[in-house]
Design a protein around this ligand. Structure first.
Ligand SMILES: Cc1cc2nc3c(=O)[nH]c(=O)nc-3n(C[C@H](O)[C@H](O)[C@H](O)COP(=O)(O)OP(=O)(O)OC[C@H]3O[C@@H](n4cnc5c(N)ncnc54)[C@H](O)[C@@H]3O)c2cc1C
Length: 385
């Protein structure tokens, strides 16, 4: 049985200055009325202008080499910036996957040309990517993707459709997982291609979520030509490349902080109240904060592991599973303690945040790997299956 590797980790002192600087930026943005804090804004809060301003201030591509527009900071410094943005409920969705996943993927598997072409644009918040993995009949069982790329002179012709593609309507490019060798083993026949969203044959159809928001899309690809220079990594290596990014995708603080703006607003309300705080409220807040802190330490430990070159996939799956449970628990605890009718259109922040959290919560245990899939990963790595 392999034991979990989660070492106690603290942020370096250098993260403090960076944290103050991002706090200053966020305060400025709020003062100028550029955003209001929202729950789950790392997925729903698509604001390309906000992403551009963040990039201008040097808060994107933080860990990447300077020659590609990065800041050469450590992953733990980036962690501090990320948690500040999430705690503030800032609209970071437009650039989220580009900064979290696509950039690191390009650094590991991209050609020198691809790094020079794409990374500086992502780092300054002007180039937005989306991720095209899921398909109408392919989600948890990702190896079953059917979008087909067929060989053509100088490249590949792609046909198929992707679904639940967050941010595809604002993205200029998509990293798509496609089948390049139909007769190969399910895993061996897959590759990653960089698809230009403005290319002929790419159609983006919006999918509205329950709150009327638009972050999801269906992306239909019909005879889309992708030149050889846009193959990411090696043909046939798509599965290995995709699975290697899952630890990044699953373990970040966004996996536990989607409802934190709601918890913070409730705490503010309790602090500002002239009535003495009920011990039941104090206990509930204490328990939530203690759980949040523990999960945060787990997420931090995974970030430290990744920074040291480890691939803590099991630990990342645990962070995602426990984090999603916590995000929902925040809603349930607050609903048990306050008599409030959730209303997404309300001027009262607590009423609005509660409604946002409720409406977004069904997605928490689906995106980035469902509960059942994550628990299978944990169980098998512990030898329980
Ligand atoms: C908010 C959000 C954003 C998303 N953004 C993107 C994106 O940008 N790009 C992208 O490619 N995808 C995206 N997705 C899709 C996401 O990755 C899939 O929803 C997820 O992988 C689950 O796949 P599915 O929806 O097809 O469900 P299924 O895989 O069909 O699962 C349905 C149910 O069956 C269970 N199940 C499935 N297989 C097993 C099994 N072997 N054992 C036990 N139980 C099982 C699941 O746990 C689940 O409860 C997003 C999803 C959400 C909710």
């Amino acid at each position: 049985m392999s034991l979990l590797q989660l070492s106690a980790t603290t942020l370096p002192r250098s993260a403090d200055a960076l944290r103050s600087s991002v706090r200053g930026f966020l305060a400025e943005e709020r003062e100028q009325g550029r955003y209001v804090p929202r729950c789950d804004n790392w997925l729903g809060g698509i604001d390309p202008e906000f992403s551009r301003r963040l990039g201008e201030r040097g808060f994107l591509g933080l860990t990447w080499p300077r020659r590609y527009g990065g800041q050469e900071r450590s992953p733990l410094e980036r962690f501090a910036v990320t948690e500040e943005l999430l705690a503030a409920g800032a609209p970071v969705a437009a650039h989220w996957v580009s900064d979290r996943q696509v950039g690191p993927n390009l650094l590991r598997f991209g050609s020198e040309d691809q790094k020079r072409t794409y990374l500086p644009g992502i780092a300054c918040g002007q180039l937005l990517f989306c991720i095209g993995m899921s398909e109408p009949d392919s989600g948890s069982d990702l190896a079953s993707v059917r979008t087909q790329a067929t060989r053509a002179p100088g490249g590949w012709v792609v046909n198929g459709s992707k679904v639940w593609t967050s941010g595809a309507h604002v993205a200029q490019a998509m990293v798509a997982l496609v089948r390049t060798t139909p007769e190969a083993d399910r895993h061996d026949g897959l590759s990653q291609l960089i698809v230009d969203m403005a290319a002929a044959g790419v159609q983006v159809n919006p999918i509205r979520s329950i709150d009327g928001g638009h972050h999801f899309n269906e992306v239909v690809l019909q005879d889309v030509f992708v030149p050889d220079e846009h193959v990411l990594g090696r043909i046939g290596d798509g599965w290995r490349q995709v699975t290697s990014e899952l630890a990044y995708e699953r373990s970040g603080p966004e996996r536990l902080m989607s409802t934190l703006p709601l918890l913070l607003e409730w705490c503010k309300r309790l602090r500002e109240s002239s009535a003495p705080i009920d011990t039941a409220y104090a206990d509930a807040v204490g328990q939530l904060v203690a759980r949040c802190w523990t999960l945060r330490q787990m997420s931090l430990a995974v970030a430290a592991g990744l920074a040291d070159g480890a691939m803590p996939a099991t630990e990342a799956a645990m962070v995602k599973d426990l984090g999603a449970q916590f995000e929902r628990e925040v809603i349930e605890v607050i609903r048990r303690h306050i008599d409030l009718e959730p209303d997404a259109g309300s001027d009262d922040p607590l009423t609005r945040l509660l409604a946002e959290a409720i409406l977004h919560s069904p997605a928490f245990t689906l995106r980035g790997g469902t509960t059942e899939i994550l628990r299978k990963i944990v169980a098998s790595s512990l030898g329980a299956r």
